[in-house]
Design a protein. Structure first.
Lengths: 592, 153, 367
């Protein structure tokens, strides 16, 4: 048998959660018992890879026989034996388990740059990264490029900070390089805390070396010898894989004293942070890295001048660093052509919410929202009407479906009242209530405010309280105007980026969905039937068979009725939990 | 305790005074941050105890009270929220008889933690029982997992 | 390179040192900008967001206390927009502050109250949850009412930067943030009261201020009697009673005091305070026995006789002379006090060395 078999199993957090490690073990087991491992020897490999992006279909497994790749979806360990015997041994892929068209549509419109190795290489082995050209760029930068040359390339590439702010990366490096100091630092911001976004985590898990390589190149460009990767301790897998990658780098001579045989030293350390959203803000992150409370401070000095321990510091996001090796490798022109006139390259988004295909996606900057949501995302689940998309995490904003032809870049999003932010995209359909989602996001922000400045500490609390009043049917005339004024005021007066952007969800939804707020206040009606206090559950008598299923599950004892006769819900006792709705098999319970 | 703390201090000698690093080690070792440990470190390193307290209460992963032997983390990120994680959390709290305003069972067996996104939104809602991730979690599957943990301990 | 910067504030040119803040520059022009978290001797904080100013060309207002001046800046310190923003921020702060000025020790001396007065805020438009703290301290010096705390951080900074104690710090975050001793225990510190002096609200007050009055106070400047540092005190006197002590920033001690100077004024009005020289009439050994057998302080006063200063000094001079003659100069030693001034201490050692003739002289601060 002269087959070359490569089986890659997704072991990102999503993959592991769906049983990726078990599937991996099952493949190893099945291959050896089928005698394939023995017959093909080194040409048969099973490897773990990082997130493949299409998380709703996990565990995803690529089976490549002599280079022909077949992707299986939702693989469970008990499916492995059949895949091995039919596909690998007999050469007939198991058609019923192979991914359908949506998987290919999902990938077709994407342009993988940062994620190009994610889901392809084994993140735990440095050779796997070397095999795809890894550390070539760093080697070239350290051995044969001057700092000025590196900075010039990055500047020409028009790469901008992927953390959300969009500050030109080359300029940032140049500012730092210009300052002379005995010590300079390179810090990687991996404090991704947006509930619903996981691209930085996936990168650190799926391709940790690219982040380290980017940091090495940056260190050379600005003349730093010490780097930190600030990430959340909760992301245990990312911390583990980064540490392993760093260990491998030291062994290979890519980190430490005289890297790549040059006289340049660079050390990197992972700092697992104990968790605070606000530490994604530059000044707060640096204070936290110094071991203090992560409270932002006024930017009297630029970070490039006085950053970590008052030394010149470059602070870039994970995705920004991961872009660097590709730019050095393929040139600034190639990179800048991918994007728009003002920002080059691609952007990773995590697509979630009421969209058919959820997961990690990467598209050239300037792609329209319509392409992202309908072509890549496959449109709305169950063919419902799309209401809008919330972009940029809790402090981002909502963009209505009517504006989906907008090209996504830093400026257009800001103009529309949203922001690139973390890159989280939550798609909302007609069953999502604008007031409820806004309340959710403001609630997250409120819980994460550091408490330093009054507008953010108290202002977000008051915004949340007003939103709760609206959602709870207790709002009065004037509340909406008060909310709007408060939001504007918080935006203008807050100390840091978190406070400044905290009103985004409120202001953007007030701009596009004001009628929905007004409906909640004046007509006490939630058109998406989400806001509990405004709902009434009732039994559709013609459909009710009197089976009693609802009565049995009702936690409040609010349902009355005799068997085989239509039941009734006592609106005074009903706690609007919706359990009866789920329990009814006859669609006889209605919520309005 | 003194010996342990001295060892922890020695371990991070080059980051001496980095309160976050110190407290992380204390938390890893004791499972929470005991008050006495803070006073000991404060004296040993000549750092005011108020700083330790300020840092310990700022970050969500530091705890000042003993935790349960098992931790059940339930995600309430956007995707999980949309798919009903709040309801799941309140039901699990009720099932485990955890007093209001608390997160740990009185017998220190279980601690419920609400977390923001584990990065598995495709299979929301997600619960993490110790290290095991449960996707598409329902009250039923979470309670089953809890029963398993109980049996093992 | 020039070490000064020239900018325009409200249409007036001003030249200040490089690395001054806009707030500093405005204050040299005596332009009032409201602040709650600023103190000229402490590291700028930028937390209250009231000192916002507009800079021509900048998209949003900046906090003047944390923005350096730059050549050619055009700053506006007051405009309808700025006043609206300041008022909203004040309303927010007041919405999380008990409105009990009628019983607050700080009323009349409260920066928050004064700003609310200037902005005409009777009822803030925002209402909602307020932080509730029940614990009260038992110490006799500093009274904490943390519900009134506006988290300006002045007390935290003064305790750390000026006093070097850091007995308190911020804890928790977001709406729950508070200033507290470790583990929310009772305050256990030097009780210097520097925090009380800088607190802009009634969150930190002197425990002995309570119900002693807030109006009709007369201020008297004096020097602290406790040690040779000679801090200037301002006594706040009402109906001939000292009811508070503070110190002005323009003084030698820059307004900072210690626990004794700030809170140790109770002795002034004590009835058993020593005011005139007394001469012992019952020998010491007998007196000790009587006290042991249960004599009260009032009765023990009868061991002494009140005399004039002249009589007292005559007695001391005579006795010292006797001892010197009989036992020699070295039988006498003198210990002077840190409560005396330098000049007094100098004179004392000169007296011991020159008049008594011995080198047996020392000072309590050496122990």
């Amino acid at each position: 048998m002269s087959k070359e078999v490569l089986i890659t199993v997704c072991t990102g957090t999503g993959g592991i959660a769906s049983g990726g490690e078990d599937v991996l073990a099952a493949f190893r087991e099945a291959l050896s018992s089928a005698g394939i491992t023995a017959s093909c020897r080194e040409r048969c490999r099973v490897q773990r890879v990082g997130c493949k992006g299409f998380c709703s279909q996990d565990v995803l497994v690529d089976v490549a026989v002599n280079g022909a790749i077949t992707t299986y979806r939702k693989v469970r360990p008990d499916m492995v034996a059949r895949i091995v015997s039919e596909h690998i041994v007999a050469g007939m892929p198991v058609a019923e388990w192979v991914v359908d068209g949506s998987y290919h549509a999902f990938h077709e419109k994407q342009k993988k740059v940062v994620l190009s190795h994610c889901g392809v290489i084994d993140p735990e082995e440095i050779q796997s990264y070397r095999a795809v050209g890894g550390y070539g760029a760093a080697e070239r930068a350290v051995l044969s490029m001057t700092p000025e040359e590196i900075i010039a390339v990055i500047k020409r590439s028009r790469l901008r900070g992927r953390g959300g702010g969009g500050f030109p990366t080359g300029l940032k490096w140049e500012l730092c390089a210009r300052h002379t100091a005995d010590t300079k630092y390179v810090v990687c911001n991996g404090n991704e805390s947006d509930p619903g976004a996981f691209m930085d985590t996936s990168l650190m898990e799926g391709d940790p070396h690219s982040v380290i390589e980017g940091m090495i190149i940056c260190a050379k460009a600005v003349g730093s010898h010490r780097g930190y990767i600030y990430t959340k301790a909760e992301y245990a897998l990312a911390v583990k894989r980064l540490n392993r990658a760093i260990e491998h780098c030291y062994a290979a001579g890519f980190l430490g004293k005289g890297i790549f045989g040059s006289d340049f030293d660079f050390d990197v350390e992972v700092f697992p942070a104990p968790g605070a959203f606000v530490c994604g803000e530059a000044t707060a992150l640096l204070r936290s890295l110094e071991g203090k409370r992560g409270m932002p401070s006024a930017k009297i000095w630029r970070t490039a001048e006085k950053g970590l321990w008052n030394k010149p510091t470059v602070l870039n996001n994970v995705e920004t660093f991961a872009n660097i090796p590709k730019i050095i490798e393929k040139g600034s022109q190639w990179f800048s052509r991918l994007g728009t006139e003002r920002s080059g390259g691609t952007k990773v988004f995590s697509l979630s919410g009421k969209v058919r295909n959820t997961g990690l996606i990467e598209v050239p900057i300037g792609t329209t929202l319509r392409e992202i949501i309908f072509d890549i995302g496959g449109g709305i689940e169950g063919g419902k009407a799309c209401k809008g998309v919330h972009i940029g995490g809790p402090t981002g904003g909502c963009i209505p479906a009517a504006r989906f032809d907008m090209e996504v870049d830093y400026e257009s999003l800001a103009q529309a009242g949203s922001m690139m932010g973390s890159g989280g995209m939550v798609v909302l359909d007609e069953t999502s209530c604008i007031v409820d989602t806004t309340r959710f996001f403001v609630g997250v922000i409120q819980g994460e405010s550091c408490g330093k400045c009054a507008p953010c500490r108290i202002g977000t609390k008051r915004m949340l309280e007003i939103l709760e009043r609206i959602a709870g049917g207790r709002a009065k005339e004037g509340d909406l105007e008060l909310l709007e004024e408060l939001a504007h005021s918080i935006r203008e007066t807050s100390l840091c980026g978190l406070g400044m952007t905290a009103p985004n969800p409120v202001l953007s939804t007030l701009r596009y969905f004001r009628d929905e707020y007004e409906e909640h206040i004046r007509r006490k009606r939630c058109r998406a039937a989400v806001c509990k206090a405004l709902l009434t559950y009732s039994v559709v008598e013609s459909a009710c068979t009197g089976c009693g299923a609802c009565k049995r599950v009702c936690p409040a004892d609010a349902i009355r009725g005799t068997r085989k006769k239509p039941h009734r819900i006592d609106a005074n006792l009903c706690v609007r939990c919706g359990t009866c709705l789920d329990a009814c098999k006859f669609n006889a319970i209605m919520k309005v | 305790m003194e010996k342990t703390l001295q060892a922890l201090v020695d371990e991070c000698r080059d980051t001496r005074g980095n309160i976050v690093s110190l407290l992380r080690r204390v938390e890893d070792h004791f499972g929470f941050i005991p008050e006495d440990a803070v006073y000991w470190l404060s004296r040993a390193l000549d750092i005011p105890a108020s700083r330790f307290f300020g840092v310990a209460t700022f970050y969500s992963q530091f705890h000042l009270k003993p935790r349960g032997r098992h931790t059940i983390r339930i995600c309430r990120g956007t995707a999980c929220h949309v798919k009903g994680s709040e309801k799941l959390i309140s039901r699990v709290l009720m099932e485990l008889d955890i007093p209001p305003d608390d997160d740990t069972t009185p017998d220190l067996t279980f601690t419920i933690e609400k977390i923001n996104c584990v990065g598995a939104c495709g299979i929301a809602p997600v619960a993490v029982l110790d290290d095991e991730i449960v996707g598409n979690a329902t009250l039923h599957t979470v309670l089953n997992g809890i029963r398993e943990l109980k049996k093992r301990s | 390179m020039s070490t000064t910067v020239t900018l325009r504030i409200d249409g007036r040119n001003v030249t200040v040192e490089k690395f001054s803040t806009i707030l500093d520059a405005a204050r040299t022009l005596e332009i009032p900008i409201p602040t709650l978290c600023h103190h000229p001797d402490l590291v700028p904080y930028g937390g209250c967001r009231l000192c916002l100013v507009e800079i021509k060309g900048a998209p949003r207002p900046v906090a003047s206390c944390t923005t350096f001046v730059k050549d050619g800046l055009e700053v506006t310190t007051s405009s309808p927009r700025l006043e609206r923003l300041r008022k909203t921020t004040l309303e927010l702060i007041l919405s999380d502050h008990p409105r009990d000025c009628m019983t607050c020790e700080r009323a009349g001396d409260c920066k928050l109250q004064e700003l609310a007065y200037f902005y005409g805020i009777r009822d803030p438009r925002f209402e909602g949850e307020r932080r509730i703290y029940r614990t009260k301290d038992k110490n006799p010096c500093i009274a904490r009412d943390m519900e009134k705390c506006i988290l300006c951080g002045l007390c935290v900074r003064v305790c750390d930067e000026i006093q070097g104690v850091a007995a308190i710090d911020f804890a928790y975050r977001g709406f729950r943030t508070m200033v507290t001793p470790p583990f929310e225990r009772e305050l256990d510190c030097e009780f210097c009261g520097q925090c009380v002096a800088v607190c802009p609200t009634g969150a930190l007050t002197g425990a002995m201020w309570a119900q002693k009055g807030r109006q009709d106070m007369r201020d008297v400047e004096t020097i602290c009697p406790y040690c040779g540092c000679g801090c200037t005190l301002t006594l706040h006197i009402r109906r001939n009673e000292v009811i508070r002590v503070s110190s002005r920033r323009e003084t030698l001690n820059e307004g900072w005091l210690c626990a004794k100077g700030r809170f140790g004024y109770e002795f002034i009005h004590r009835t058993d305070r020593l005011k005139k020289p007394l001469v012992r009439i019952v020998p010491k050994s007998e007196a000790a026995a009587l006290v042991k057998s249960g004599w009260s302080h009032e009765r023990a006063a009868s061991f002494f006789r009140e005399v004039s200063w002249d009589d007292a000094l005559d007695l001391v001079a005579a006795r010292l002379g006797e001892i010197k003659e009989r036992h020699g100069s070295d039988a006498i030693g003198g210990i002077s006090s840190a409560r005396c001034t330098n000049e007094e201490n100098y004179l004392f050692q000169k007296f011991i060395r020159g008049a008594i003739g011995t080198n047996n002289v020392d000072h309590c601060a050496r122990y």
